[in-house]
Ligand binder design. Sequence first.
Ligand SMILES: NC(=O)c1ccc[n+]([C@@H]2O[C@H](COP(=O)([O-])OP(=O)(O)OC[C@H]3O[C@@H](n4cnc5c(N)ncnc54)[C@H](OP(=O)(O)O)[C@@H]3O)[C@@H](O)[C@H]2O)c1
Length: 324
Amino acid sequence: MTNAIRMDKFGGPEVLQYREVEVGKPGPGQVRVAHTAIGLNMIDTYFRSGLYPLALPSGLGSEAAGVVVATGEGVSGIETGQRVAYASPAPLDGYAEERLIDARWLTVLPDQIDDETGAAMMLKGLTSWYLLKHSYRVKACDWILLYAAAGGVGLIAAQWANQLRARVIGVVGTEKKRGIALAHGCEHVLLANDDIVGTVRELTHGEGVAAVYDSVGRETFYQSLDCLRRHGVMVSFGNASGAVEPFAPLELAKRGSLYVTRPTLWDFVGERADLERGSAELIEAVTSKLIRIEIRQRYPLAEAAAAQIDLEQRVTTGSTVLLP
Ligand SMILES: NC(=O)c1ccc[n+]([C@@H]2O[C@H](COP(=O)([O-])OP(=O)(O)OC[C@H]3O[C@@H](n4cnc5c(N)ncnc54)[C@H](OP(=O)(O)O)[C@@H]3O)[C@@H](O)[C@H]2O)c1
């Protein structure tokens, strides 16, 4: 038996229960991983609340690091005793001391990356990778607008965009977060209740930004469109304030023939070769210190509900890990 967070119904953080579960032996293609650190992500709260569909009862959690303790038939390239990390879509069993997982999601961690860093960087780092290199491929001197710039994805994406020589305008909720975002790659940082559109136009000499990376969703959608330059790209990648409502395509014509994309990580790492490419670039960026993965909060796994409350109440900055 092992301990894990399970949920029997959708709702607030109180639906998360820490209890004993049976894990079993790995089947074909699977490995059993003993977690040493688990990444906390906003997506975990969408599954918990029922915003994203999920069959119940269920576990939760899509990102972690640990040690391989058993391998199933047909697994190659992964051995017992290896340190690994992953972001994986389903089943959601990340919030657990041990779990079974398909080996195809695993990345072996190099010695230079510790387990907590591995647990904090796979989902948020690979997301930053595809946002900046695929959803809209940022170029040197591009202005971009990045919401939640002091958050988990935000701190990684801001540093990476800065390394790509983009000019990053961050948006954050508090003065304290402004200082954090400015120290991690943002050239300017606006407060969420500032005149975002007016200031972005001023900073970009009236032109607007090449891309907006909007993880806030419902509250900021039209404001984000208004910040874009002609042919600019709106990357709507999260729902922190709720899901974006349906909108009329004519809104894009009115504002300069804009593009909108609503991406999800799993479409960029769904093929093993893509995952390996993204992981290699992420590991290189971290080990060469182009990007610092900042773990700014730690909670015992059993207190996952408290961690989610802090994440949803906008108290956390950078990455957060749960410790089994
Ligand atoms: N599509 C994908 O593939 C993908 C993958 C990973 C993450 N995401 C999205 O990326 C975003 C960041 O994820 P994360 O796990 O790194 O979280 P995070 O940024 O550490 O935390 C969420 C942040 O969102 C901001 N926020 C703005 N309005 C909010 C509201 N009404 N309620 C709560 N927070 C609000 C807060 O920052 P301020 O106080 O500074 O505004 C808060 O700290 C999330 O929206 C997540 O869904 C998408």
